[in-house]
Design a protein around this ligand. Structure first.
Ligand code: TRP
Length: 324
């Protein structure tokens, strides 16, 4: 049976970009016959030196949204990275199988080191990510294209470990099939949808009211052609709306485009907004219904499962290294 691992950084209120970019895919994966670990990677978030209260709130909210999202907990484990200290422990071990030059060549490192200044956490970030994946011996990792390079590095680290100390780790692959949608801001469709967007009307949060969602979609930026066609370069606004609709309804972009080709932009915006409202409704409802007790039970049970799996791997790794 295959084992899947993926991680999401807690960063502010969960928005539609997080849901359609990652979480919605996780829900689908959890309907398959695999063992899945879905992790809130709060240790990774530390590289951005977040505000303590914001981070704490964000971890709690993200956990609750993951539980409410419909991920099947019969074969999936949801937990928070910092609660399983083996992640950081294995990361140290793996750092001995990774060259400094490899880390310095990572595109994300190059981009982020200029904006935050360069501390070594930014540099070694991909080793922690390798540790996340390898600690449960995952063989499949659903990630966006921006993380492909980190996954490649994980494979190299695993191979080096194995060739020095024996076949402990599977060599993980990127999940095939549809990768998550990459949503753009509704107001500035040339930028990614994010919490830090300068125009909050460009971001749909999971708990936005129906009125607010309709308002945000109505004020979304399009173009003056009045032709509904997928062309991210020339028509980023309209393409983003098509992308949102296709991701939620699990249809092909082409089919979604066709479905709307005779509509006016105004009508099209409302149709997409209503699809979003219907999509978020059950998640919001479940989120509100979750009691503190429910959450505590789920957190404890899931952390135990993750702990069990990590402890097994660590035992094998320590034995292979002679530190048992
Ligand atoms: N680096 C990923 C991101 O920024 C998050 C992440 C951390 C992750 N560990 C992971 C994703 C392991 C997949 C597998 O999106």
């Amino acid at each position: 049976m295959k084992t899947v691992f993926s991680g999401i950084q807690p960063s502010g209120l969960v928005h539609l970009g997080n849901l359609l970019g990652a979480i919605n895919n996780w829900v689908k994966l959890s309907e398959e016959n695999s063992k899945n670990y879905f992790c809130i990677v709060d240790l990774h978030s530390l590289t951005g030196l977040p505000n303590k209260d914001d981070l704490n709130k964000s971890i709690g909210d993200t956990l609750k949204v993951l539980i409410a999202s419909g991920i099947n907990l019969d074969n999936s484990v949801i937990y928070t990275q910092s609660k399983l200290q083996e992640h950081a422990y294995l990361s140290w071990i793996l750092s001995n199988f990774c060259q400094v030059g490899e880390l310095q060549r990572m595109t994300q490192f190059k981009e982020k080191s200029s904006s935050f200044g360069t501390h070594s956490g930014l540099l070694t970030y991909p080793i922690l990510m390798a540790s996340d994946i390898l600690i449960h011996k995952a063989n499949e990792v659903p990630v966006g294209d921006d993380q492909t390079q980190h996954l490649e590095l994980t494979r190299n680290i695993a191979e080096r470990f194995n060739s020095n100390y024996g076949e402990i780790f599977p060599i993980p692959e990127k999940s095939i099939g549809k990768s998550g949608a990459r949503l753009m801001s509704l107001r500035h469709p040339e930028n990614k949808m994010s919490k830090s967007s300068d125009d909050i009307n460009g971001t749909i949060y999971f708990n936005d009211s129906k009125e607010s969602i309709l308002k945000k979609f109505k004020s979304s930026v399009t173009d003056s052609e009045n032709i509904i066609k997928y062309d991210p370069e020339l028509k980023p606004g309209i393409s983003n709306l098509i992308e949102i609709y296709a991701a939620i309804t699990d249809r092909e972009i082409k089919d979604s485009e066709k479905e709307f080709q005779n509509l006016q932009y105004g009508e099209f915006k409302i149709a997409v907004a209503e699809t979003v409202v219907d999509y978020l409704e059950p998640i919001k409802k479940k989120y509100e219904e979750l009691t503190t007790n429910d959450i505590e039970d789920i957190v404890e049970k899931n952390l135990n499962l993750a702990q069990e799996s990590a402890a097994k791997t660590i035992m094998e790794v320590e034995e292979a290294l002679g530190i048992n």
